[in-house]
Ligand binder design. Sequence first.
Ligand code: PHE
Length: 450
Amino acid sequence: MSRRGWTTRFGFYLAAVGSACGLGNLWRFPYIVGENGGGAFVLLYVFLAFTVGLPILIGELLLGKIARKSVVPALQGIETREARIPFHLVGTLGVILSLVVLSYYAVVSGWVLHFLVQFVVELFGRHVVQGEISLSRLLSNGWLQMGLASVHLLVTIVIVMKGFSEGLERTVAVVMPAFALLLAGLFWQALSLPSATQALRFIFYPDFSQLTSGSLLQALGHVCFTLSVGFGVMVTFGSHLSEDVHVPTAAFRVMVLDTVLSLLSGLLIFSIALSASNVPMSDPGLLFEALPQFLLGLPGGVIFGIAFFLCLYLAALAASIGLLESVVANFMEVQGLRRARATWIAGIGALVVAVFPAVSSNFLLHFRPFGKGILEFLDSFLINWYLPPVAILIAWIFVRNANQLELRENFITAEQPETVTLFPYWIFILRWVAPGVIALGVLLQVFGVF
Ligand code: PHE
């Protein structure tokens, strides 16, 4: 099948970075670091990003690049060549995950949209009293959250329906550098807060006694989430890669950028949160409780606020486009659906599921599976328990069953002689180490739970 590639080689980087960098870095990372006590967890996370996340990312991109298909048909291809086991079902698990994650990702993107609008309103004079731009008011309003999530999903649907690569490339090309500049500016401001050294210590001083039996699985889950692996999204991206892109190098760059962004946003958010008295450090509300109040206190803070939430919104949009595109690509390739139809089916599916996390903090306030609100429950169950095994299974099936010669050819390049040494390590990690680490994480968590 002939596929449209990215318009430029750089375009792939933009799209992959756009998918990796999003709410996972600014919203999710700080609060799970808070939940797991800071430095030791951060160290574990960075270590796992290099040793487990990167090899899986390389695996997914290569699977797509070699098969020139999305995850379900790509795994199906391996199946018919080698064995009779229905490998593609693992791909289907990834696609289902993408849809459900998209639905609660849309709810949180709706929060971002809400804050953006609030700051715009603030600019145009309806002077909002400090404290009024708060998350709790939004959380108590289920209709508003459903409305915002629907707007977000509709925008995502329209973009994906038009065919995503060009629009996505162009958006990310503008947003990412702007966002980097803005974060650097905010970071500079936050570093002058008296709490900045405390934040540095919190994030970089590893106190291992803070780790719990669930920390390993949480770190693995977050690594997979933030690198967008285990969903099949990176397989779809890989399927559009041009021949001349060296996948391990590309994956390494994406991973480093994503990790640096997470660390910086952690520092930013904790400097702010530690200087305020009433910010919940280990709660999904962390970013939204901490940042708006800080911004409002800065000179020109409203403009900063608008710029920040606009960039964050566009980053969330780019990530959502990746999620939906991958579901749509699988639908199109497996069921032979047309793009428009596949996009509407998937988009409306996500919209229906999004109702539950949208009403979790209001109409269904008292429905608390495992003591958590629905949104938090979905996030922790899916990302900690479901995602890591699916991520490793996709990569494991691929390296075990793909043509080894083809793997070598794609991994080893004369321009980087170290790839000769790294290749066997990559295979070994995906075959043995990563499954072992995930099994250990599950065991530790289970012992912790019971
Ligand atoms: N990696 C994205 C983030 O960190 C989330 C995401 C997951 C996007 C899977 C696409 C696919 O926000």
